[in-house]
Design a protein around this ligand. Sequence first.
Ligand code: IPM
Ligand code: MG
Length: 355
Amino acid sequence: MDYKIAVLPGDGIGPEIVAEAVKVLEAVATKFGHRFYYRYGLIGGAAMRQGLDPYPDETHQICSDADAILFGAIGDPLYDNNPDAKVRPEQGLLAMRKRLGLYANLRPVKMYPQLVHFSPLKEDRIVGADLLVVRELTGGLYFGEPRELRNNGTLAVDTCVYSVEEIERITHVAFKLARQRRKKVTLVDKANVLETSRLWRRVVTRLAADYPDVELDFMFVDNTAMQLIINPKRFDVILTENLFGDILSDEASVISGSIGLLPSASIGDKVPLFEPIHGSYPDGAGKNIANPLATILSAAMLLRTGLSLPVEADAIESAVEETIRQKILTIDLNSDNPYKTSDVGDFVARICRGA
Ligand code: IPM
Ligand code: MG
């Protein structure tokens, strides 16, 4: 079969890790007789450095025409410490999520037994942990209006706003995914304080009646931050709003031993997008040292969720497991004998080709 994949390397280490994921996709194409047509687009700082908008229309067109999008990372130190910058690279990512209607962000967190010693958490707490953060991605504080500086810059306003419809559509996503897992959804909110959280509780409770086989419970976000560290095994699917999901998914990555291992999928009504959850790691850019596994695993999610190719996705995931078993790992997971970014990609690709 033929498929169109939009490729957005982005900033920092983005181009290097995406190149390895494309290498692995090509190996899968060879092995399974597919053809992937790649179209590359600029986004974030990479676009701004060419004098373009952080999410140029041309990139939007490439994304809209594709079957799935593979994205690297965004963020450029040029703008990080400048609160007065009018346009920032991150706006490219937010604009892309909004314009493509990517309202559900799925962040699976699992731990690899061979890497247990890389987690700062105690082994008995994390062995067997396997959870999925379902983060709302196009609402809440990230997008609510008004958002502005007032009174000559002495007052700043952001707005948290959610509609019933926004909560309903992501709730269905979470419950359906729970059915393919251990059938448990935990709604994480701050319903003891926030009106938006109380709306989430009402809507999610009502919809839960349609999924009698799935257990629903509730947890405040502050307690969740603690439970993720002391008892991560209690979670199956965590359903939560945009900002809470952003924070908790970075925290949950500690369970896996390295944020360089975690992929994600963003889905909505149109084209789905796949990206590692980590950032652009500017200090590592151009050095061929960054861990490409999160992006390679995002390519696996792209095959499974985006193109409905589960066998091909399994091939990548088992190749990654073999790579970990054989310790063909970058410096974050192998300081004694570190492999380069491209060595890891070559190894995974070779296993996928069956060579
Ligand atoms: C993420 C990132 C983004 C977010 C940034 C880069 C805007 O942290 O995808 O989790 O906050 O959503
Ligand atoms: Mg984040």
